[in-house]
Design a protein around this ligand. Structure first.
Ligand SMILES: Cc1cc2nc3c(=O)[nH]c(=O)nc-3n(C[C@H](O)[C@H](O)[C@H](O)COP(=O)(O)OP(=O)(O)OC[C@H]3O[C@@H](n4cnc5c(N)ncnc54)[C@H](O)[C@@H]3O)c2cc1C
Length: 413
């Protein structure tokens, strides 16, 4: 591939920025375009946790029995904007159909090569840049009320074990020894260790990576995608709201908005927004030192510089509706797990996880348009898998053969 080859990346979240840096490091000319500043999409507000142990998708056997109760209770962890239900029904039917044991194992097999070495992948991506200082190696604690609650969650742990992910168990007083801020309501912890970690401020992390890309000669433009530019059957670039950018190859890495971006090419990708929220408690005292999953409420808790972030929940309601109070209250309620913690002020956020119906990201060339590539659909693990995804898609664009089987990620699967 000639270094004159110009690649245009649409979307400056963790996936697009990682791809742009990897392409640049392979000697290609790269433009990174986003309608906003880098790291302002889902990559801004996630829990910041690098979790190779998160290969278990949301739809698992038994979900259908629990989901109606969760929805009717109105306290989470599942929410639905009811008027949106008819819009998302075709996607939802496919999504739920994937919750069989066979499919869960297939999804876990597909996710592991993307997320398995996440800590090492992020350290390699950020090496030599100011972003590196934001990565911390640290266990991820799954906190349960007691051992019985952990055992009731045994299906997911069996999937993790089958994927070679181990954990250490702490019970009773050992839990307080490990994480003194966690209140007495949580008497059992499973700690995921190898290759787990966290990113201190994921939005700032992505911005720091993007600044390194620019410092090394990459072009960053703030512009909103409207359509592809064509010359007959060939895509020659992208039409943005205020300009046209010509490119030899185009990568769509627009997260939850990627299906909209690809629509003008006639592609119908089964991708939904799985909305999630965070509440941040600033200037905390007596907060946790670890990132913790509160397994009863499915809230992830992450210490970050100056604040503790409570993030999570699943709300279906599309890309265009604003935030709602009930999920924000539910995510904020996680603070009760830390009875000794105090703080001075709070902020809140709604974001959009890119959720394919089968929970497997789309990474590769678009068969009908071979100079258009995709890298999106990372659902709950986009930060974790973003570094590796950028490397894989950069290989494909540069004409190299990745060292894993890319079949599961094909856009025409
Ligand atoms: C509450 C919550 C907690 C999470 N916690 C974790 C976690 O702890 N660990 C983890 O691994 N993952 C986590 N995730 C998932 C993770 O945040 C996402 O999978 C990941 O950020 C997706 O990255 P992305 O680059 O694909 O998308 P995004 O970060 O959303 O980036 C897409 C970009 O495309 C741009 N764009 C869209 N449309 C256009 C257009 N028309 N023109 C130009 N630009 C456009 C957007 O502005 C945006 O910047 C969490 C998500 C949520 C919501």
């Amino acid at each position: 591939m000639s270094c004159d080859t110009h690649v245009l990346v649409i979307g400056a979240g963790i996936v697009g920025v990682s791809a742009a840096l990897n392409l640049q490091r392979r000697g290609l000319r790269v433009t990174l375009a986003d309608r906003r500043a880098p790291g302002e999409g889902a990559s801004f507000g996630n829990a910041g946790i690098l979790v190779p142990g998160a290969m278990v998708p949301v739809p698992v056997p038994g979900l259908m029995k629990k989901a109606p109760g969760m929805l009717l209770r109105g306290k989470g962890p599942l929410f639905l904007r009811w008027p949106y239900l008819p819009v998302m029904l075709p996607w939802l039917a496919r999504y739920l159909a994937n919750g069989t044991d066979r499919n869960v194992r297939r999804i876990a097999d597909a996710l592991m090569p993307i997320i398995g070495d996440s800590l090492e992948e992020h350290l390699a991506l950020a090496r030599g840049t100011p972003a590196e200082a934001r990565i911390r190696a640290q266990p991820y604690l799954f906190a349960y009320r007691d051992r019985a609650a952990f055992e009731a969650d045994g299906y997911g742990w069996a999937i993790r074990r089958a994927q070679g992910v181990g954990w250490r168990e702490f019970e009773g007083d050992a839990v307080s020894g490990l994480e003194p801020a966690l209140g007495p309501g949580y008497r059992f912890v499973a700690a995921l260790e190898a290759s787990h970690g966290r990113v201190d401020g994921p939005g700032d992390y992505v911005k720091a990576l993007a600044e390194s890309f620019v410092a090394a000669g990459g072009a960053l433009v703030e512009a909103a995608f409207t359509d592809f530019a064509r010359d007959g059957e060939k895509i020659t670039g992208v039409l943005f709201a205020d300009r046209v950018i010509r490119a030899d190859k185009i990568l769509v890495a627009a997260g939850a908005w990627s299906a909209r971006v690809l629509k003008p090419l006639g592609l119908r990708i089964p991708l939904e927004s799985e909305r999630g929220y965070h509440a941040e408690l600033w200037e905390p005292e007596g907060g946790p030192a670890h990132c913790i999953m509160l397994s009863d409420s499915k809230t992830a808790v992450t210490p970050m510089t100056g604040r503790v972030r409570f993030a999570g929940l699943v709300e279906f309601g599309g890309l265009d509706a604003g935030p709602r109070r009930a999920p924000l209250r539910a995510v904020r309620a996680g603070a009760a797990a830390f009875p000794g913690m105090s703080w001075r002020r709070e902020t809140e956020w709604l974001g959009h996880r890119p959720a394919p119906a089968d929970s497997i990201p789309y990474i590769g060339a678009v068969p009908a348009w071979p100079n258009v590539y995709t890298a999106f659909g990372h659902h709950h693990v986009g930060l974790t898998g973003g570094a590796r995804t950028g490397r894989l898609v950069a290989d494909l664009i540069a004409g190299a053969t990745p060292n894993i089987d890319m079949t599961p990620y094909r856009v025409d699967r």
